[in-house]
Each structure stands twice: as structure tokens, then as C-alpha cells.
Ligand binder design. Sequence first.
Ligand SMILES: [Zn+2]
Length: 73
Amino acid sequence: MAHRYWCGECGHRTPWLGAADAERRHLAHYAARHPGTAPGGHVQTRRTLGGCACLGLTVLLLLLLAVAAARLR
Ligand SMILES: [Zn+2]
């Protein structure tokens, strides 16, 4: 599922992203543009083209993490 957050204070919206990324962008927008305001607005979801792309991305990320961890040793 892709998520898009809409700002409750202005017309800003995040790009279609994963839930965690979209929420982070939404909160960053509030922190930058509406400091002191509790994050509001609403979230829109849509199905991505199969979960395979997401799974592939997760595997790729894990591989990158493994490589990064190996280099730190
Ligand atoms: Zn806003």
C-alpha cells in the first residue's frame, strides 16, 4: 500500500510513499511549516502494483544494511 498524507493547514501533500516514509514527511512538513500545530489532515492509501516490488525493495535494503554492517567491522 502506498500512503499520501494531506496537510490539514494548507494544500501540501506528500508524494506516494510507504507508510513510515509518508508519515515522516508529513511530520517534517508540520515541523517546518506549522510549528506548534498538532499534525492533522488526512491520509490517502492506494494499492501498489503487487506486493512484489515492496518485497524486492525490502530485500535490497536488507542487503545494503548487511554490506554496510560488514564494512563497519
Ligand atoms: Zn501544511
